[in-house]
Ligand binder design. Structure first.
Ligand code: NDP
Length: 322
């Protein structure tokens, strides 16, 4: 039994690259404010489980750059012999400081961030270089030029975009195709609690343009687990992060989560496992990008793959709950 027998791998759009259906993101709890030993154990356990794809960004920490510096350390000490088996991503363009070259979509911002990321990770190239979010003040041609340069200089194998709306995604996909560097993936948010990419046409654009979709926050940062049903546990993200606030744990949230939790229990699984199966039900989705604060969460969440597909009746209950 090899680590690659654990997980399904899906082709990213019409590329040649397969990604695991679960990928690990280092956005939260991989900065200097959490235990290195726990973080290291999570990354190594993920790889043992067949998670080959690790998602990072220049700004992940805190402070900015810390998550990549952490990953670089683990790569050097523990995974040095496995670089060819790993898909490492980074992103640039979300603010990492107040300076004009520490954000946006200019050639200067993107390529200097990429150089810093390569240094922090201790690698010659990343597998996917993303523009983290659209920058309407920069001509798309300039952003495309920077992404294409990254590939031509051997600093990235593929390129992606994140948080772009469908129209701008179609536009950049067309420009990249002409430049001979097709858009590999889009990284949007997607979960039972945020279905906007179904409604705004992004999934249709993915099919038409042939890029994969790597979705983030499939558990809505933990809201789609049972942990907030009766309170806010110590150490949970709603207590530790500026991105999930206790005010979001409302009565309406608990009403919805309780319905979903009951459905999951009727299926013999947990809410987290139900929520992860739900995002992977769509063929356009290449991978669900999960976070984890323990190895136990990884084991638990990958357990989602053991359950039968959701039926039409069950999908209708989910639609009705939201
Ligand atoms: P999730 O929705 O999977 O949330 C993960 C968090 O939920 C964990 O860190 C943990 O938080 C909690 N959790 C996970 N499993 C369980 C469980 N079984 N039981 C109870 N709690 C659980 O994804 P994230 O929001 O972390 O996003 C994943 C990745 O996506 C990021 O790391 C990043 O790589 C990417 N991302 C990209 C963005 C972009 O703009 N491109 C934006 C946001 C994310 P805890 O234990 O701390 O409460």
């Amino acid at each position: 039994m090899s680590r690659y027998d654990n997980l399904e791998y899906r082709r990213a759009g019409r590329s040649g690259l397969d990604l695991p259906v679960f990928s690990l993101g280092l956005w939260q709890k991989f900065g200097t404010d959490f235990s290195y030993d726990t973080q290291r154990a999570i990354v190594l356990h993920a790889f043992e489980l067949g998670i080959t794809h690790f998602d990072n960004a220049d700004r992940y920490g805190p402070p900015s750059r810390a998550a990549q510096q952490f990953f670089g350390k683990v790569l050097r000490r523990d995974l040095a012999g496995h670089r060819d088996e790993l898909i490492l991503t980074t992103k640039a363009g979300n603010p990492i400081g107040d300076g004009p070259y520490q954000q946006g979509g200019s050639r200067k911002s993107l390529l200097s961030s990429l150089d810093n990321s390569l240094r922090d990770l201790g690698v010659d190239y990343v597998d996917v270089f993303y523009h983290h979010r659209a920058d309407l003040s920069t001509p798309l041609e300039e952003t495309v030029g920077a992404l294409v340069s990254a590939v031509q200089r051997g600093k990235a194998l593929y390129v992606g975009v994140s948080n772009y709306d469908p129209a701008r995604t179609a536009e950049i996909a067309a420009l990249l195709r002409v430049a001979g560097v097709p858009l590999l993936v889009h990284q949007p948010r997607y979960s039972i609690l945020d279905r906007s990419i179904e409604e705004n046409g992004l999934l249709d654009t993915a099919t038409a343009d042939g890029f994969g979709v790597v979705v983030y926050s499939p558990l809505a940062q933990g809201l789609l687990t049972d942990k907030y049903l009766t309170g806010i546990p110590a150490g949970a993200r709603a207590r530790t992060s500026a991105f999930l606030k206790p005010e979001q744990i409302t009565d309406e949230y608990r009403r919805r989560a309780t319905i979903l939790n009951k459905l999951a229990a009727d299926r013999g699984q947990t809410l987290a496992q139900l929520a992860l199966q739900w995002v992977l039900r769509r063929p356009e989705i290449t991978s669900a990008l999960i976070g984890a604060s323990s190895t136990g969460q990884l084991d638990h969440n990958l357990g989602a793959l053991a359950f039968p597909a959701l039926t039409d009746d069950e999908l209708a209950i989910i639609d009705g709950a939201i």
